[in-house]
Design a protein around this ligand. Structure first.
Ligand SMILES: [Cu+2]
Length: 127
């Protein structure tokens, strides 16, 4: 019984570490503005500990300039393809024919990007 408790506490500690590592190792990378006036962001996914989540590259944009998110439809599977940006009321099921989402951030802060079921979720930083 005591051994079980020890195992459980080690496991939960590992989980907490895995979750905090992602946030604390985030490095902000600012998007360039393309010739047609968009801040281009690519969206794919990566493995964090035992779970998968979205990865944005770059992950930071400037307020007031249109943002274009392009999903990697060849890698996104299942509900991870159903990408939404609730704050700006846009969403799309990414496919090889159509894998872009556009919106213009109107305020600074973190914009949540998630799949419709909320299993994958990340933030785009607006400065
Ligand atoms: Cu989902």
């Amino acid at each position: 019984m005591k051994r079980l408790l020890v195992i459980i506490s080690i496991l939960s500690l590992a989980l907490v570490t895995a979750c905090t590592t992602e946030a604390s190792t985030r490095v902000d990378t600012l998007a360039n503005v393309s010739e047609d006036g968009f801040q281009d962001i690519s969206l794919t996914y990566g493995k964090f500990g035992y779970s998968f989540n979205y990865v944005l590259s770059p992950n930071t944009v400037k307020v007031g300039i249109p943002v274009r998110i392009t999903g990697d439809a060849s890698k996104l599977n299942g509900c991870f393809r159903a990408v939404t940006v609730p704050q700006y009321h846009v969403g799309k099921i990414m496919s090889s024919q159509d894998s872009t989402l556009e919106f213009t951030p109107t305020e600074t802060g973190d914009v949540v990007i998630s799949c419709t079921m909320g299993m994958a979720t990340t933030t785009l930083k607006v400065i």
